[in-house]
Design a protein around this ligand. Structure first.
Ligand code: KMH
Ligand code: ZN
Length: 304
């Protein structure tokens, strides 16, 4: 019998979308982010997707000096693949967003496959108070914000990646983004096996319905055939249901407090590791095995 393919769990530790007032468990300081990453890797995450925050305000930052305080801790305590964001925050310039990947030349980095509206303002209604002024601005301004990822931006990032041996988690928020990726493959900007991260439930992108997940999968199959690894992330309350659907369809999964602050309806996740443990239980319940970091490296053709 052919051996069953293993499932890569990515954990996105803190991101740039949620804000500290939304959950006391969102890691903010370099120490907290590193500790959360180590625990998530111990719970079964093969990949840690990393953003950084200003240690005092919790505001997202792409300052390499802050990443420098997280990376050695993660590397010394885990073997997990560290995936650096090039998305940063939708409020940042593309140049700002690129700084950590240029500085650290990671084996894996995120890369967003098209420009979208990124509507965070509905979150304002859900919270009574915010500790920091920037949090309100961050949500309010998203009404008039384009998360910029032009073809020129993506081509430049892919070219830099090819020069430094960085491969990409290609974030696709809508069906058109799969076509963008195919176009860039055809023009030779990216080769080998591509890692497609389908994102569901962001206001401005594709919705979180099971039919949406199916449509992404079918389109990716048609465009990429056997040349891709498929992973999903569901935003907010859709996280675990979409992970289960994807896993049942042969996909990989991403969890973490970047994508959802919740463990169950009405119950905040007290750690990233708790979400990793939950999704691992779902996978094992489906008789699926999880991939180690080295197995993930092999599947994604990373430089290690
Ligand atoms: N915040 C997510 C929906 C990035 O870091 O490049 C997507 C993300 C973007 O992870
Ligand atoms: Zn991210």
């Amino acid at each position: 019998m052919a051996s069953q393919r293993k499932v890569i769990i990515t954990c996105a530790l803190t991101g740039a979308i949620h804000t500290p007032s939304m959950s006391p468990h969102l890691p903010v300081t370099p120490e907290e982010i590193a500790e959360e990453g180590i625990a998530a890797a111990e719970a079964g995450a093969a990949i840690l997707h990393l953003h950084a925050r200003d240690p005092h305000s919790g505001k997202p930052t792409q300052d390499p000096a802050v990443f420098e305080r997280i990376l050695p801790r993660l590397k010394s305590a885990t073997d997990a693949v560290v995936n650096l964001t090039t998305g940063g925050s939708p409020h940042m310039s593309v140049e700002e967003r690129m700084r950590p990947a240029i500085e650290f030349k990671p084996e894996l980095a995120s890369l967003n496959m098209g420009s979208i509206n990124f509507g965070l303002f509905p979150m304002l209604k859900r919270y009574d108070s915010f500790q920091h002024e920037w949090e309100v601005e961050h949500l309010e301004k998203s009404r008039d914000l384009v998360f910029r990822n032009t073809f020129a931006d993506i081509e430049k990032t892919m070219t830099l990646g090819a020069e430094s041996g960085t491969r990409f988690e290609c974030e696709c928020y809508d069906i058109g983004h799969l076509y963008n990726l195919r176009h860039l493959m055809d023009r030779g900007f990216i080769d080998g096996r591509v890692f497609v991260q389908s994102v569901f439930g962001i206001l401005g992108g594709i919705g979180p319905h099971a039919e949406d997940v199916l449509h992404m999968r079918r389109t990716a199959d048609r465009l990429f055939g056997d040349d891709y690894e498929w992973s999903v992330l569901g935003a907010g309350s859709h996280q675990m249901r979409i992970a289960a659907q994807s896993a049942a369809m042969g996909g990989h999964v991403r969890v973490g407090l970047e994508d959802s602050l919740w463990l169950a309806p009405g119950k905040l996740a007290e750690s990233n590791a708790s979400q990793v443990a939950k999704v691992r239980k779902i996978l094992e319940g489906l008789s699926l095995q999880i991939a180690t970091p080295d197995e993930a490296r092999e599947m994604l053709q990373l430089k290690g």
